[in-house]
Design a protein around this ligand. Structure first.
Ligand code: GAP
Length: 598
C-alpha cells in the first residue's frame, strides 16, 4: 500500500486527518479521529506501562511553553536549525538537505555546510518540487525550528513552545533529584506534545509541526551505575552500525543485545539495555519485526547534545522512518543548566569511606590587596582561590599572576606570592558533587501509530469475498470488542446484547454496538478498524435451561468460541492482555456454526 493510500484510509476510517479543513487546512497539524485517538491513547498507555511503571521510573507533566533562557542553555536557540531554500518563482519553502539527498547518493546532507549544499543544488540542477523552477543561485539559510511566543502582556518575556518534552524534565532536575532522595540512578518520563516549525511537513503523521513524544530521561552515575542488562541480553536485534552504513557493501548485523554490548558495537550498556526493552515492546504492540531495525547515527547526523545515538526505524511503504531515538546525552544538559540556571544540577555522591585529601587554599592579606587593587580587590582574592585549586604550582614563584573579567574585558594583575597566604591543608571529605549523565529513549507516538497501521494492514478472502482488515494487537486496538444481536426481530437478543455491552463497558472494556445490516457486513466494518473480537448474541445463547452464552469471533482467523456471558468480561480482558485465542478455544471449544451465514 502506498503511503498516500494509508493516509487516505486513516481519514476514511476515523484514525486521523488534516486539521482545520473548514479553513483550508493547516499543513503540519493532524487531528486524531475517534479510532485514532483511542489507538494513540492505547499506545501511550502501553508505553507508560513498560517504560514508566515496569522500569520503576516516575512520570511528570510540565508546561509546553518555556522561557528563552532555557533554550539558550539547551543549545536550541543557536543550534536547532534546518536548511531552508525558498523558490524564487513560487515562494515554496523546502528542506535543502532533503532535496540534495533525493537527487544524489548523499545520505546525510544535513551534516554539510550550507555553501556546499548550494553548490550541490546548482551542480545537480535541482528544481523546485512545487513549480519546477531551477533552485540554482537561491540562498540556503539556517531556519530555527522553534515556535516563538510572548509570555504575558506589556514587557513580556520571550518564550518558545518546547521542541522536545525532555527540557521540561531537565529544568526541574534540582527538585526531581530531591524526590529521588538524591540517589542515582533514577528515571523520569513524560508523554506530551512537542512543537517544531518544520519547513516541509509531510507523510501524514511522519513530520508534523505539533506531535506527541514519549520520553524517558535516565539519570546515571557513569562510573558506577549499571543497567540490568542480563534481562535483555538474549533479545535478538537487527543493527545497522555507522561502520556498515559507510562501507560500500555494508550489511545488517543480526545479533543479540548481550553480544552487541560485549563486543562494543553498542558503546553504552544503558543504551543497549533500552534497545532490548524497546525491541520487546515494539514486538508486543504489533510492529512487524521483519520491517524494523536500529540504525546508528553517522557522526555528522548526531544532535548537538548526543555522544552516541541509535534510531529505531520501521519500514513503511518502502521507506525507513525514524520512530524513536536512543541517545547517550552525557552530562551535556545538566551541565548547561547548571551553568545558566540558579540551582545546582548535580548530586552529592557519598564515598564508601571518608577520604583525607590535600587541598590547596589561599588566605589573601586584604590589607595589602585593598590599597593595591581598590574595587577589584575582592575579585583578585576570588581569582587567587580558583588558581590555587586549578594550578597550585603557580604559587611556587616569588610573584603570581591572576586574570579577572571575561571576554574582551580581561585585566591581568601581578602580586607577591606571599601576599596570597597560600598553603596546602589536609581535609576529610565524605563525598563529592557530580553531574549525572543522561541516557534518553525518545519515542514519537504519531510515527508509532502510523507504523502500526501500515504493518497491520491485510487483505484476505472470507466467504469468497476479499476483505481488508487491520490486524492490530488487542492491547492497542481502538476497541476491545463489538457486540451484535444476530437479528433485531427477536426482543430477547436485543435485551441480552444491550445488557452484555453495558456490562462489558462497566468492566472497563471499550465496546462498540452494531445492529444494522447483515452480520457479515457488521464483521467487515469492525475488521476494517481493527476490532479484535466480535461478540454475537444468537438464539442458541438465550434458549434452553443452561447459562446464557454468546459467540466470540476472532478477527484474523475468523474462528469462533461459545462463551458463557458470566465469563465474558474476564475472558476478553485476558485476550486483551495477550492470552492467545487458542487458549480460549481450548477452554470453551470452537463453534461449528458459522454465525456469519446464519
Ligand atoms: N529529546 C530527543 C528528541 O527530541 P528527536 O529524534 O528529535 O529526539 C524523537 O525526536 C522522536 O520524536 C523521533 O524519533 C520521532 O519519532 C519524533 N519526531 C521528531 N520530530 C517529529 C515531527 N516533526 N513530527 C512527528 N514526529 C517527530
Amino acid at each position: 500500500m502506498a503511503r498516500g493510500d494509508l493516509v487516505e484510509l486513516a481519514k476514511r476510517r476515523g484514525f486521523f486527518f488534516g486539521s482545520n479543513g473548514a479553513y483550508g487546512g493547516t499543513a503540519g497539524f493532524y487531528t486524531f479521529g475517534p479510532q485514532g485517538a483511542a489507538l494513540k491513547r492505547n499506545v501511550e498507555d502501553a508505553w507508560r506501562d513498560r517504560f514508566t511503571i515496569k522500569e520503576g521510573n516516575r512520570e511528570i507533566e510540565s508546561p509546553t511553553i518555556m522561557p528563552e533562557p532555557v533554550f539558550e542553555a539547551s543549545g536550541h536557540l543557536d543550534g536547532f536549525d534546518d536548511m531552508l531554500v525558498e523558490c524564487g518563482e513560487c515562494g515554496a519553502s523546502h528542506r535543502a538537505d532533503h532535496l540534495v539527498e533525493a537527487a544524489t547518493a548523499i545520505e546525510d546532507a544535513e551534516a554539510l555546510p550550507g555553501a556546499e549544499v548550494e553548490t550541490l543544488i546548482a551542480d545537480h540542477e535541482i528544481a523546485c518540487p512545487s513549480c519546477g523552477t531551477q533552485l540554482a543561485g537561491e540562498e540556503v539559510e539556517s531556519f530555527n525550528l522553534m515556535f516563538a511566543t510572548d509570555i504575558g502582556p506589556g514587557d513580556s518575556q520571550p518564550g518558545y513552545l518546547r521542541p522536545e518534552t525532555a527540557q521540561g524534565i531537565f529544568v526541574e532536575f534540582p527538585r526531581l533529584k530531591e524526590y529521588a532522595r538524591g540517589s542515582l540512578p533514577f528515571g523520569i518520563t513524560q508523554i506530551g506534545p512537542a512543537y517544531r516549525n518544520e519547513i516541509s511537513p509531510r507523510g501524514g503523521l511522519l513530520r508534523l509541526r505539533e506531535f506527541t513524544q514519549a520520553e524517558l530521561e535516565q539519570f546515571i552515575d557513569p562510573e558506577t551505575d549499571e543497567p540490568p542488562i542480563e534481562r535483555v541480553a538474549d533479545v535478538d536485534v537487527r543493527l545497522y552500525p555507522a561502520t556498515e552504513q559507510n562501507a560500500d557493501d555494508g550489511e545488517y548485523l543480526d545479533t543479540t543485545v548481550g553480544e552487541a554490548v560485549s563486543s562494543g558495537v553498542i558503546g553504552s550498556e544503558w543504551v543497549g539495555y533500552y534497545l532490548g526493552v524497546a525491541t520487546r515492546w515494539y514486538d508486543r504492540i504489533g510492529v512487524d519485526m521483519d520491517r524494523f531495525r536500529f540504525r546508528q547515527h553517522l557522526a555528522g547526523e548526531r544532535a548537538h547534545y548526543a555522544a552516541d545515538c541509535w534510531d529505531a526505524e520501521s519500514e513503511v511503504d518502502g521507506d525507513w522512518i525514524e520512530i524513536a531515538g536512543f541517545a547517550y546525552r552525557g552530562d551535556y544538559d545538566l551541565s548547561k543548566h547548571d551553568e545558566y540556571g540558579d540551582d545546582a544540577f548535580t548530586v552529592f555522591k557519598r564515598y564508601d569511606e571518608p577520604k583525607t585529601v590535600e587541598r590547596a587554599t589561599v588566605d589573601p592579606d586584604m590589607s595589602v590587596l585593598g590599597p593595591k587593587f581598590g574595587s577589584d580587590a575582592a575579585a583578585v582574592a576570588e581569582a587567587l582561590e580558583t588558581l590555587a585549586e586549578r594550578d597550585p604550582g603557580a604559587f611556587d614563584h616569588d610573584t603570581v599572576e591572576v586574570e579577572i573579567g571575561s571576554g574582551d574585558d580581561v585585566e591581568t594583575y601581578e602580586l607577591d606570592a606571599d601576599v596570597a597566604g597560600f598553603s596546602i591543608e589536609e581535609v576529610t571529605e565524605t563525598g563529592e558533587h557530580i553531574t549525572p549523565h543522561v541516557v534518553e529513549p525518545s519515542f514519537g507516538v504519531g510515527r508509532t501509530v502510523q507504523t502500526l497501521l501500515a504493518h497491520a494492514y491485510r487483505t484476505d478472502e472470507v466467504d469468497g469475498e476479499t476483505r481488508t482488515y487491520l490486524a492490530l494487537e488487542p492491547a492497542v486496538a481502538p476497541r476491545d470488542a463489538a457486540v451484535f444481536p444476530l437479528v433485531t426481530s427477536d426482543e430477547r437478543l436485543i435485551e441480552l446484547a444491550d445488557r452484555v455491552a453495558a456490562d462489558l463497558r462497566e468492566a472497563g472494556l471499550s465496546v462498540a454496538y452494531d445492529d444494522s445490516g447483515s452480520i457479515g457486513r457488521r464483521y467487515r466494518r469492525q475488521d476494517e478498524v481493527g476490532t479484535p473480537f466480535c461478540v454475537t448474541v444468537d438464539r442458541d445463547g438465550v434458549e434452553g435451561d443452561g447459562a446464557e452464552t454468546v459467540t466470540v469471533r476472532e478477527r484474523d482467523s475468523a474462528a469462533q468460541v461459545r462463551v458463557p456471558v458470566d465469563d465474558l468480561a474476564d475472558e476478553l480482558a485476558a485476550l486483551r492482555a495477550g492470552e492467545p485465542f487458542e487458549t480460549c478455544i481450548d477452554r470453551y471449544g470452537s463453534v461449528d456454526t458459522d454465525v456469519e451465514t446464519s
